[in-house]
Design a protein around this ligand. Structure first.
Ligand code: FEO
Length: 171
């Protein structure tokens, strides 16, 4: 089975996006850890692992088709963060841009009548819905619980609980 050059290049670009997302979450996890947000650290370390599995899914898909996956250099991630809330907002914005990239790939697959890649991408489409909802719900907690020290401690515990959620483990 062949996939178009355009699709190959989009999938290889997506490998880079997922690798950068993984690195960015790793940086957030490390900041949380050094700042004393244990829940945030567990949550973002797990999130970084998750993005790496997304990257690997695409690597394996391309290589399985005999198309060499390109392992990219990653961008230097931000490392100085203002607050737990600002990190979560940055993460949501990043997820939204990943969603846009995935939807563009779906459009390429449709245009190419590339049913296999279309089916492959379905998992990512659903994953992005879950990811955006997860971050939106977590950000809402600041309105619901508050932003004082006790509230943030509570939210940190919620992040810990979300890090352990088996639903976050990709197939
Ligand atoms: Fe793999 Fe959260 O985008």
């Amino acid at each position: 089975m062949k996939i178009s050059k355009n699709m190959q290049s989009a999938l290889n670009n997506q490998i880079a996006l997922e690798a950068n997302a993984s690195n960015s979450y790793l940086s957030m996890a490390s900041w949380c850890e050094i700042t004393g947000y244990e829940g945030g650290a567990s949550f973002f370390y797990a999130q970084a692992d998750e993005e790496r599995t997304h990257m690997l899914k695409i690597v394996h898909y391309l290589n399985g088709l005999g198309v060499p996956a390109i392992i990219p250099a990653t961008k230097l991630p931000a490392s100085n963060f203002k607050s737990l809330e600002s990190i979560l907002k940055t993460a949501l914005a990043s997820e939204k841009s990943v969603t846009v990239a995935i939807h563009k790939m779906v459009e390429i697959a449709q245009k190419d009548k590339d049913h296999s890649t279309y089916a492959f991408l379905e998992w990512f489409v659903n994953e992005q819905v879950q990811e955006e909802t997860k971050f939106e719900t977590l950000i809402q907690k600041f309105e619901l619980i508050g932003r004082d020290k006790l509230a943030i401690n509570e939210i940190d515990k919620i992040l810990a609980a979300n890090a352990a959620a088996p639903a976050d483990t990709p197939a």
